[in-house]
Design a protein around this ligand. Sequence first.
Ligand code: PA5
Length: 449
Amino acid sequence: MNQLQLNLKDAQSFVKGEDLSRFENQTYKTLTELEEKSKDVEASVGWLNLPRQAQGEDLRQIQETARMFAEKLDAVLVIGIGGSYLGTKAVIEALSPYFPTTNDRPRILFAGFNIDEDYHFELKKALEDREYGIIVISKSGTTTEPGIAFRIFKEHLEKKAGAQEAARRIIAITDREKGALRKLAGEKGYQTYSIPDDVGGRYSVLTPVGLVPIAMAGYDIEQLLAGAESMRRQTTSETNPKDNPAARYAVMRNALYTQGKAIEILGIYQARLYYLMEWWKQLFGESEGKDHKGIFPAIAQFTTDLHSMGQYIQEGRRILFETILSIEEPYHHLSVPQATDDTDNLNYLAGKRLYQVNAMAEAGTRLAHTDGEVPNITISIPTVNEYHLGQVIYFFEKACAISGMMLGVEPFNQPGVEAYKSNMFALLGKPGYEAEGERLWEKINRDKT
Ligand code: PA5
């Protein structure tokens, strides 16, 4: 099976040899430290060994649940936010047809990732005539956004299908014992799956968090894990660092950052990878953006964004570098037709596959951007399937951990996320936040005058 390839040659000339060597020399130490941490539950590095530990029996149980849900339901609503939904959405969107024509598997819909009233209202209407189930995912079991969505759709489903049938159609994926969701699931008798204690949200797509809904959508979770396992084997402390793509990517990112390249744009040329970029953005943003440090992760969908962001990338501040996630072969064949009149002057493309035109756009853009002093990294996979997505996921998780550790931050926590939450709770009058609420309202009213 062909593997993920990393190409750093269009970034090499933008970094100093001494910076590369400095970070390269940290690779072995960083990897052994990471492997050591994975033995400590408190360190949240359990994701490192997930592909190796995936149990046949557990997977079969997930597949059986997925089969049973698929038999009786035409939609499944996945409720979660951040790491509790982005990996799932990334994999399902990457593998799904753009315009589904069959309904042999349930449609996977998402909620709980915002507090948009119209979104939830319209989703409720859309689910009115559907036989649907819910997978509610929250490690803490206390996150406000999925909590509100679950309250709304639990009530809706109970009214529609009856309380007993609703309980049979709800799966809760949460902490083994803590949190409101675990308690509710126990009281209502929902089927549950646990998120391992030592796996944080954004590193959890290869746990039941991703595996249950991905199986429900009809995709092969064993292949997903097999791809991840192949990448795990390629990226351990025992691998020669020169053959370890995750370490090489992490080293190059840090060397570029040292040269003032503070923004990384992850770019794609195939729209089906859009949510993989969103997942990547969260993974790197939450893992590295700390202590006033870290590369800012931005995303761009090409060629679309060449007509919006292209100008800045080519000629704006030289603080950017690009990483392109490239697919060598699309699923389908479609060529540009020959036209008898050629008024649009496109006959020079006649007979060429769109994929070839897209590949030349990609190559031309890489040349233009590197000429414009934007270093380019390319990560390519032969095609989009479960195996290669598993490789990509594990590759980025490992690279992110190494990169964050080389940067000198703790990649497995996210203390900064609490600031907006406590302000929101105070402004909404959550019990326990009254004094802070008064202070914030006073500040808001003072700022108005
Ligand atoms: O990476 C993380 O830990 C976060 O993005 C969480 O996944 C997100 O905040 C959702 O948390 P929870 O699953 O507890 O609802």
